[in-house]
Design a binder for this molecule. Structure first.
Ligand code: URA
Length: 222
């Protein structure tokens, strides 16, 4: 068995660290926070790539790339569809009305927003909040898969049909799959309704709460 080369290892860490700083600067951060976790370091090169992405035309119309929010060490990852107007303005996922509801959902689970990891399938806002096109999902999905691989959460909660369908590679209705448990790359994936849908259909909140309770049980929360 070959011995780990400490010089190479150090070089790798230095490269990750450099990518992290470059990605933070590229995203307009003024006060740099040094990551205490290696997952943040591993995410840095992915974030850096996203911040110069031109894989689909959405980069031309977006204001900001929207990479993620929350804790890279989280055991629970929420995946939405694509940034809306507020997210596009701030460069942070789920900060508009749907995002406020998501924060409440997280808190109802006994967690804080900063305890979970939040991102989207698509990192740039589709114009006029239209649904992402299949070619946009295809272009962006690789970034999401790398995020999932690095975070390796215990549970992924897909918010809405676009995120569930993109990851499960199915066209099945969200009504048929919500609340079900799927195995995804060694993680439990549970789709539920999107908070934006709940804003329009508050009566569906009780189904979402059933789904969240499943997650609470899997993670032994509360
Ligand atoms: N809807 C999403 O799917 N993602 C966001 O970040 C905001 C709203």
């Amino acid at each position: 068995m070959s011995q780990a080369d400490p010089k190479r290892e150090l070089l790798g860490i230095t490269k990750d660290f450099r990518s992290y700083i470059e990605a933070e600067i590229a995203s307009g951060v003024e006060n740099l926070i040094i990551p205490k976790s290696s997952k943040a370091g591993l995410l840095a090169p992915v974030k850096k790539e996203v911040f110069s992405c031109r894989r689909c035309p959405l980069y031309k119309t977006k204001r900001n790339y929207v990479f993620s929010d929350g804790d890279p060490e989280a055991r629970l990852m929420f995946i939405g569809e694509a940034p809306g107007e507020d997210e596009d303005m701030q460069g942070v996922p789920f900060v508009g009305r749907a995002g406020q509801l998501l924060t409440k959902m997280v808190e109802a689970m006994g967690l804080r927003r900063q305890d979970v990891y939040i991102c989207n399938v698509i990192k740039c806002r589709p114009p006029n909040n239209r649904a992402p096109l299949p070619e946009e999902v295809a272009a962006c999905k690789g970034y999401l898969l790398r995020q999932i691989d690095i975070i390796s959460p215990k549970v992924i909660c897909c918010l809405g049909k676009h995120s569930a369908q993109a990851l499960l590679e199915t066209e099945i209705f969200i009504t048929k799959i919500r609340g079900k448990e799927f195995e995804f790359n060694g993680t439990t994936l549970i789709p539920t309704y999107h908070p934006a849908y709940l804003l329009r259909n508050p009566s569906a909140k009780k189904e979402v709460w059933l789904d969240l309770k499943k997650i609470i049980k899997i993670l032994s929360l509360r």
